[in-house]
Design a protein around this ligand. Structure first.
Ligand code: F6P
Length: 359
């Protein structure tokens, strides 16, 4: 048996722990393991395919990033090709990928990625490739699994930032507006905001009214709390408005969401008269060592992925359905959407402790 691993999409803390465990679990069975560099680039002649041994994965379980590198540009089914005039055309290179995998004797692929990678896997399986997926994203927006790995680390990083902002905001009687990642989902903002006791949390699932945000800040002022912390998910939307998009994406890339905090901070200062600062936490949430929770989840996913290959669960994704790791058909995963439920206990608890959602 010869399997190959691929990491695709934005990186997330825990990727290396998945790689390490999957490689060791495969070697334990006497299998051969290859690593496809930079998503599927290694199978398209744009990068390498390397041999994965005990040596390759030694000492990486606690490291952020991915030793296989990754890319969020270009599905093999819709691959951007630069034209002489500087424009891009998009071509289907999946047959080439499958042919190259066959030539390398690859029997099955473990694809570690988010929704983009799941869609690619679904299409590859439809063409006869044997693929099993491991869900990855700091956004935690993959359906059918309680958590994706990387989420806990991102939330911990955001909590640390909010703790630090509290002390400086309080010293200066300021409002500080912090933007966190999450794309179209508000999980990072909600979990970090509640755990670190923010005063306002704005998420895409609950459109906000800036005046309600300012009312909360004024109310805190009146009660003697002269500072406020506003945590904003990058995909948050004002009532009747739309999400903020950061400039142009590169060819083959998804839209880049975010960049709304600067304008929000200006408007809060204008309406409340309070000195307001803003910052974007950005890719700090994607870097660094995975938390213990993410390391364990990643290790469990890596081991379970190899068992799923052994059982021939092609076209399935590993999922945490606590306390078990199960497999779910990718078709089922991609049929639904995972977003914050505005009636969830987390939102209700936040409201009951006085946190405003600006609605
Ligand atoms: O999906 C993970 C994520 O980190 C999002 O939260 C964020 O919008 C996006 O990726 C950023 O991607 P990039 O690496 O292209 O800046």
């Amino acid at each position: 048996m010869r399997i190959a691993l691929s990491t695709g999409g934005g990186d997330a803390p825990g990727l290396n722990a998945v790689i390490r465990t999957a490689v060791l679990a495969a070697i334990y069975r006497g299998w051969d393991v290859l690593g496809i560099k930079r998503g599927y680039s290694g199978l398209l002649g744009e990068d390498e395919v390397i041999s994965m041994t005990r040596e390759t994965v030694r000492g990486i379980g606690h490291l952020g990033g991915t030793i296989l590198r990754t890319t969020n540009r270009g599905s093999p089914f819709n691959y951007p090709i630069l034209q002489a005039d500087g424009s891009y055309s998009y071509v289907d290179r999946s047959d080439e990928l499958i042919e190259n995998a066959r030539n390398l004797g690859i029997d099955a692929i473990i694809s570690i990625g988010g929704d983009g990678s799941l869609r690619i896997a679904q299409q590859l399986v439809a063409k006869g490739m044997k693929v099993v997926c491991v869900p990855k994203t700091i956004d935690n927006d993959v359906p059918c699994t309680v958590n994706t790995f990387g989420f806990d680390t991102a939330v911990s990083t955001a909590i640390d930032a909010i703790d630090k902002l509290h002390t400086t905001a309080e010293s200066h009687d300021r409002v500080i507006v912090l933007e966190v990642m999450g794309r179209d989902a508000g999980f990072i903002a909600l979990h970090a905001g509640l755990a670190a006791t923010a005063d306002v949390i704005l998420i895409p699932e609950i459109p906000f009214d800036i005046e309600r945000v300012c009312e909360k800040i004024r109310a805190r002022d009146r009660s003697g709390r002269l500072f406020s912390i506003v945590v904003v998910a990058e995909g948050a939307v004002p009532i009747g408005g739309s999400e903020s998009i950061i400039g142009e994406s590169l060819p083959g890339q998804a839209k880049r969401v975010g960049g709304l905090v600067e304008g929000l901070a200006r408007e809060i200062q204008r309406r409340t008269g309070k000195e307001t600062r803003s910052l974007i936490l950005g890719h700090l949430q994607r870097g660094g060592q995975p938390t213990g929770y993410d390391r364990l989840l990643s290790a469990r996913f890596g081991g379970a992925a190899v068992r799923a290959v052994e059982e021939g669960r092609w076209g399935h994704m590993l999922a945490l359905q606590s306390p078990h790791i199960v497999t779910v058909p990718i078709d089922e995963v991609l049929r639904s959407e995972k977003r914050v439920d505005p009636m969830s206990d987390t939102v209700l608890t936040a409201r009951e402790t006085g946190i405003s959602f600006g609605d």
